[in-house]
Each structure stands twice: as structure tokens, then as C-alpha cells.
Design a protein around this ligand. Structure first.
Ligand code: PGA
Length: 260
């Protein structure tokens, strides 16, 4: 895992956006896996700014979002489809037919989940998967105890995740308890993972993920087994990493051609 520690949240967000820019510029028909939550909002704002400056063309990009709440209509203000429309899709030139989400209103959930997996394969697989991490170590909504080989399926959120995600809904009791999420195995099949974590609330999960044992108790720890995984953190989220000096050394010694 390549661990990139940036002094500030803004610099971590910018680095993440630059990695995505490089991906899209080097492969204009990239298939991106996208994440929601408060962490990537500024990354999407950067991508929009890059698009407006003429640096990024989304006309051949395809996207698959990680997850969606069960039971919410697509146009619900707290649905992840709406989140992505607001922060990215309405502001760049991505064709609507290239945008994919799990359907939170699917009536036959197992069939829908299998179809989502098939759609990813038909698109050629995900080139780059953007990820966040939950305080308890989820990626997507693969909460602790998720099978590390899991595929897209329905999951039950932990009370902590419900609390963390309550803002849009006004109160935790309005947050759906179920989601459809790509599985850990689905995420592991992507060609590259890019996880952004900022703030001290993520410091423990980040350290356990990067330096602790691989365990279903912290599903993000499986990323240690991913062949191409970048972790971008600010100082606060890096605070509990034991080998942070080495990670900085590696970054400072990176050859120019590897920089974004
Ligand atoms: P956050 O969520 O960006 O809102 O902290 C991250 C996640 O749950 O993966």
C-alpha cells in the first residue's frame, strides 16, 4: 500500500483529485468506482473545477457507485444518487447512461445485486475505485464481520454508521437500516483502489487498516492484499500510524514520473 500523508485536509483532497485526473487523462474511457460521504465532497469539487478549466473530459467515463440506501427513491434528497448528482454528475459532461448505482428500491434484491456485478464486468471492470473509510473500518458499507470475499448484497448498518450518517436525514431514527453495497470481494477486483481519509476521528481505523492484522473485524484491512492501493491522509488521520516517517520518506523519494 502506498501511503501519502499530506499536511492539511485540503492538500489530501487535492492529491486525491489529481490521482483521479491522471487516471481519466491517461484512459479517457476509464471505469470509475465512486464513493459518497462528507470526505469526497471537496474531491468532486476539484474534479468539477478541472473539468471547467478544460483539463477533464467525462464524455467516455463510466461510473459505478459503491452503495445506496434500501427503500429510498432515487430522487430522495439523502439518496446517494442525489448526492452524486449534486456534487458531480450535474456539473460535468458524463453521459447519464454511463452512470450506475445499486437500486435501493429493487424488489428482487439478490437478482439486482447479481446484475450490478454483471454490469461492472460488462463495462470491463473498475479501473480505479475511490473509497472512504468508516470509523469502524468499513469500505463501501461492508461493516465489521463482512465476509472479505463478499459480493454486492444487502447489509445492515451499525448503530455507529447510522449516527455518522444522520446529518442529511435530520436524526438517526430516520436513517434506513439497510443498504445495498458492493462487496469486499467486488472492491478487491478493481484494478486500483484510492482511499481518502481525513480528520482525527479516522486515525484509529486508518492505522489498523494499514498496519494491523487483516481481519473481517476491520474490513478495510483487506486492502493490504490489493496489488495497487493508495491511501491518502491528512496529518490528523495519520496520527496513529507507526511508520509514518517511512511513508513520508517514500513519498519524498518518488520518481518524478510517478508524481501526479
Ligand atoms: P465520511 O464517510 O466521508 O462521511 O466520513 C466515509 C465512509 O463511511 O466510508
Amino acid at each position: 500500500m502506498e501511503i501519502i500523508i499530506k499536511p492539511t485536509v485540503a492538500e489530501a483532497q487535492q492529491e486525491t483529485a489529481k490521482i483521479l485526473r491522471r487516471q481519466i487523462q491517461s484512459k479517457p474511457d476509464s471505469v470509475l468506482g465512486l464513493a459518497t460521504g462528507s470526505t469526497p465532497i471537496a474531491v468532486y469539487a476539484e474534479l468539477v473545477a478541472m473539468h471547467q478549466r478544460g483539463e477533464l473530459d467525462f464524455s467516455r467515463v463510466a461510473t459505478f457507485n459503491l452503495d445506496e440506501y434500501v427503500g429510498l427513491p432515487a430522487d430522495h434528497p439523502c439518496s446517494y444518487r442525489e448526492f452524486m448528482r449534486e456534487h458531480l454528475f450535474s456539473k460535468v459532461n458524463i453521459p447519464p447512461q454511463n452512470i450506475h448505482f445499486p437500486d435501493g428500491r429493487a424488489t428482487d434484491v439478490p437478482t439486482h445485486c447479481a446484475e450490478y456485478e454483471t454490469a461492472i464486468v460488462r463495462a470491463g471492470g473498475i479501473d480505479l475505485q475511490l473509497l472512504g473509510i468508516g470509523r469502524e473500518g468499513h469500505i463501501g458499507f461492508n461493516e465489521p464481520s463482512s465476509s472479505l470475499a463478499s459480493r454486492t448484497r444487502i447489509k445492515t448498518l451499525t448503530p455507529q454508521t447510522i449516527k455518522d450518517n444522520a446529518k442529511c436525514f435530520g436524526s438517526p431514527d430516520k436513517v434506513p437500516h439497510h443498504v445495498i453495497t458492493m462487496g469486499v470481494g467486488t472492491i478487491m477486483d478493481t484494478r486500483q483502489c484510492l482511499l481518502l481519509a481525513t480528520g482525527e476521528a479516522k486515525a484509529e481505523a486508518v492505522a489498523r487498516m494499514a498496519e494491523g492484522p487483516i481481519t473481517a473485524d476491520l474490513p478495510a484491512s483487506i486492502l493490504q492484499m490489493h496489488p495497487v492501493c493508495k491511501l491518502v491522509v491528512d496529518e490528523a488521520a495519520a496520527a496513529q500510524l507507526k511508520r509514518s516517517e517511512y511513508y513520508r520518506w517514500v513519498y519524498d523519494n518518488k520518481p518524478d514520473w510517478q508524481r501526479v
